[in-house]
Design a protein around this ligand. Sequence first.
Ligand code: ASP
Length: 303
Amino acid sequence: MPNDIRFALHGGAGSPSPEMDVAEQRAALRRIADEALALLRDGGSALDAVERAVVRLEECPLFNAGVGAVLNSDGAPELDAAIMDGRSRACGAIAGVCRVESPVRLARAVMEKSPHVMFLGAGAEAFARELGMKEVSPDHFVTELRFRQLKAAHAKGAILLDHDGGGTVGAVARDAHGHLAAATSTGGLTNKRPGRVGDTPVIGAGTFADDETCAVSCTGSGESFIRAVAGHHVHARLQFSRWTLPQACEEALMLVKRYGGDGGCIAVDREGTLALPFNSRAMFRAWAGADGVVHVAVGRDEA
Ligand code: ASP
């Protein structure tokens, strides 16, 4: 029987120092990829698989999304997330929230239960409340590590990508029916200005899916990914230039570089090709291709 199912997730691009122990992050990536793959094998949709994986990554304090999100310059978490269904290009996104337990679940609710695509801050939280979604206090997301990282960033006067641990999270999937989906969730950048929004919830920049071409989830310097319109750029190369997925992703990252940033993306195309390129030092990632086996990697090589 042909194996049509594909899955990939990322836990952020960055540059963990070579001596840093990332065993915990790797174990979490494997566990979460296994769970998403099982869901797809049970006949679950690509949309359900990417949502489930991102919810689990948000729950895990090792990554910059949900619990463990980085803090803005005021010391507060401001969370962004998006999800997109390749079947119809239905999509939902939220930005600057700090009171909903799962930003990606709220993004999906925006997609399915509102006539809109994107909600912001207090309005997003009011919508979540109306739907009876679980509310938490902003402290729910704050960890000791992110507090220390903010202090260090304050001292340097720098705005930082989550360079030395797990970062932004995302997932892409192709289900047994050939449908594609993508989801991404993040706390953004350490010491960012309050109100700053990155590429993650911007449909076509950090998150994009279309069954005709591909599903893409990005991580890295959000401003550069927005300027490159990275996710949609990959789609456009497949649609209009008939490029391969790896070629299209490489070019998108070259544009990101040209516009001053770095990072990576994970992508799957309609034929089931996977691409997980990055031009930062590392990208936390896991994937299952035609072999149906979960692979995990952080640096250049799978180890
Ligand atoms: N792309 C995210 C942002 O700019 C950050 C990241 O991927 O680490 O908000």
